[in-house]
Design a protein around this ligand. Structure first.
Ligand code: PMP
Ligand code: GLN
Length: 382
């Protein structure tokens, strides 16, 4: 969390976006789309501002959004929620993660994540004084070894924090792995926290939320966000769904982090969650075609390329190109190919860096023409 001089370090995403701006390189580093989402969602936000929805919303979120979140979970996953007691709106999934960790983790409690892990997990576990344990995800498929998973959960474990589809690897956890997590959570009396911000961006079959599995509901806290589904990463509307007592504990923390957030964006996200099924299948189809364009470009350029089953990112190993230091390559990539990517070592603990040293993460949530241009420029690397 702290830089060598004692100050809090900039996130890797801010650092890499600044590099892209400075050099004019194509920014495939930070994961955000370069096109707007559905017009009716944008229009609903404009309308809400015109209608005077500009003051503090209720602490749990506006009723219209709470109801839309519950209806969305019932429609896609058959999960029935009480919108008034089992749903909480947050300032993005980021706040949902932080408030959840701070609500349940006491100093010394273990929180288990897969590794590589989204950077805010490590930071918030540290803020809570927790101990961050991990199970590695390794190439080529970035799935956990189930015996390692069994061995990593014990009676000191407070939370297993799952992320599927996964940032940065694009791995989707299969049902059997999710079932094992539920079984281990029961055995050791552990909470499951699941970050499903890419729930609608799966390319091979439907998303399976862990909360939908038998025996999971009462110990699972589910987190999602509007950013990825509606191309509104800057709106910072996220949410938590869980049992009423868990929501109350998370709300107790959230009220002192942001209190409330995003009044006019909340009804707009409610409109988005009510869009027809064709919208949701359409965004996954388009994004998988974008994955294919960028993956083909990286392969042609000489990288060893993973096959993401969901999410915004493809990971590519530069070792076949003769680069063994991904952090160094990421710094030089603007000059070598006019492209910015993020080294995977930013998502792992220092002692695990050697296993990922030559691997970079590229975002494909960008316009086709930009991805094609990036692919052409990367071809010059070999
Ligand atoms: N979790 C994961 C896995 C993410 O990739 C991101 C952002 N890209 C977040 C959480 C944060 O989501 P939000 O922007 O809604 O805070
Ligand atoms: N989640 C996005 C990514 O992984 C960026 C979010 C951020 O900048 N914090 O690139």
């Amino acid at each position: 969390l702290l830089a060598a001089d004692g100050t809090v370090a900039a996130t890797i995403f801010a650092e890499m976006s600044a590099l892209a701006q400075r050099t004019g390189a194509i920014n495939l580093g930070q994961g955000f789309p370069d096109e707007d989402g559905p017009a009716e969602v944008l229009e609903a936000a404009r309308q809400a501002i015109s209608d005077g929805v500009n003051q503090y919303p209720p602490g749990r979120g506006q009723v219209v959004l709470l109801e839309a979140i519950a209806a969305h979970q019932a429609r896609f996953y058959g999960i029935q929620l009480d919108p008034e007691r089992e749903v909480l709106v947050t300032a993005g999934a980021t706040e949902a993660i932080a408030a959840t960790i701070l609500a349940f983790v006491q100093p010394g409690d273990e929180v288990l994540t897969f590794e590589p892990f989204y950077d805010s997990y490590g930071a918030t576990i540290a803020l809570a004084g927790g101990v961050h344990t991990t199970v590695p995800l390794l190439s080529p498929d970035f799935q956990p070894d189930l015996d390692q998973l069994r061995a990593a959960v014990n009676d000191r474990t407070r939370i297993i924090l799952v992320n599927t589809p996964h940032n940065p690897t694009g791995a989707v956890l299969p049902r059997a792995t999710l079932e094992l997590i539920v079984e281990l959570a029961h055995k050791h009396d552990v909470l499951i926290v699941t970050d499903e911000v890419y729930e609608h961006l799966t390319f091979e079959g439907q998303h399976l939320p862990i909360a939908a599995l038998p025996g999971a509901r009462e110990r699972t806290i589910s987190i999602s966000s509007a950013g990825k589904t509606f191309n509104t990463t800057g709106w910072k509307i996220g949410w938590v769904t869980a049992g009423a007592a868990h929501i109350t504990a998370i709300l107790a923390v959230k009220q002192f982090l942001t209190y409330v957030n995003g009044a006019p964006f909340q009804p707009a996200v409610a409109v988005g969650l009510g869009l027809p099924d064709s919208f949701f299948t359409g965004i996954a189809e388009t994004l998988s075609a974008k994955r294919d364009v960028l993956s083909a470009g990286l392969l042609a350029a000489g990288f060893a390329v993973s096959r993401p089953a969901g999410g915004y990112f493809v990971v590519a190993d530069a070792a076949p190109l003769g680069f063994d230091d991904g952090a160094e390559l990421a710094r030089r990539l603007p000059e070598l190919a006019g492209v910015v990517a993020v080294p995977i070592t930013a998502f792992v603990h220092p002692e695990r860096r050697p296993q990922y040293s030559s691997v970079l993460r590229f975002a494909y949530c960008k316009k086709f023409e930009l991805l094609e241009r990036a692919a052409a420029q990367l071809a010059g690397l070999s």
